[in-house]
Design a protein around this ligand. Structure first.
Ligand code: ADP
Length: 189
């Protein structure tokens, strides 16, 4: 499926640093269409549903973090991927309730892949210059975050698959908040 929708959250660290406009501009520049947008302060139930504990996700977060920390010669004393995932999930839930975020839905060809590319790696330290995380948060790392028992403050969330995008969009927006309209580029699709 070439035409896709994806959910973007401009997380509260970006809102609080005054980066909303600059981040939206980057997504607009790709040619993807903003079809829904609002500022929203998540409650516990929304935070829990957004970051629900999925075993695959927990294992993936554990492996990504372990690999990075060990490659840098840093300690990674955790043994249980699920327990580690649970800890990250609870930090994520806290962070999502810290203050309002800007939620939006982007639509267009390959929207999921393009938005993830624009955002960069999970750890801003590994994000390439030119990506949102690389340009605005490169000093942030697993080492800093985990030593302070907090989440990576990496500015933006972007859905990682079309299936997750569908689930996440339904969580953050009602049908009536999602708009259908034409843009200049549409005549070429
Ligand atoms: P992404 O946001 O790049 O898709 P994940 O889905 O793997 O990343 O993780 C969700 C969020 O959890 C990340 O954006 C980040 O804020 C946080 N996170 C992931 N791993 C860690 C970790 N080891 N330490 C702190 N925060 C983490």
């Amino acid at each position: 499926m070439v035409m896709e929708k994806t959910l973007i959250l401009i997380k509260h660290d970006a809102v609080s640093r005054g980066l909303i406009g600059r981040i939206i501009t980057r997504f607009e520049n790709t040619g993807l269409k903003i079809i829904a947008m609002k500022m929203i302060w998540a409650d516990k139930s929304l935070a829990e549903n957004h970051y629900f504990l999925d075993e695959e996700w927990a294992k993936n977060v554990y492996e990504k973090t372990k690999k990075t920390r060990e490659a840098s010669g840093e300690p990674f004393p955790f043994k249980d991927p699920i327990a580690y995932g649970k800890m990250i999930q609870s930090w994520n839930m806290e962070f999502l309730q810290e203050g309002p975020v800007v939620a939006m839905v982007l639509e267009g060809p390959h929207a999921v892949e393009i938005a993830r590319k624009m955002v960069g790696s999970t750890e801003p330290r590994q994000s390439a210059p030119g990506t949102i995380r690389g340009d605005f948060a490169m000093i942030e790392s697993y080492a800093l975050a985990n030593d302070k028992s907090r989440v990576l403050r990496n500015l933006v969330h972007a859905s990682d698959s079309t299936e997750n995008a569908k689930r996440e969009i339904a969580l953050w927006f009602s049908e009536s908040e999602i708009h259908s309209y034409k843009k200049e580029l549409d005549k070429h699709f």
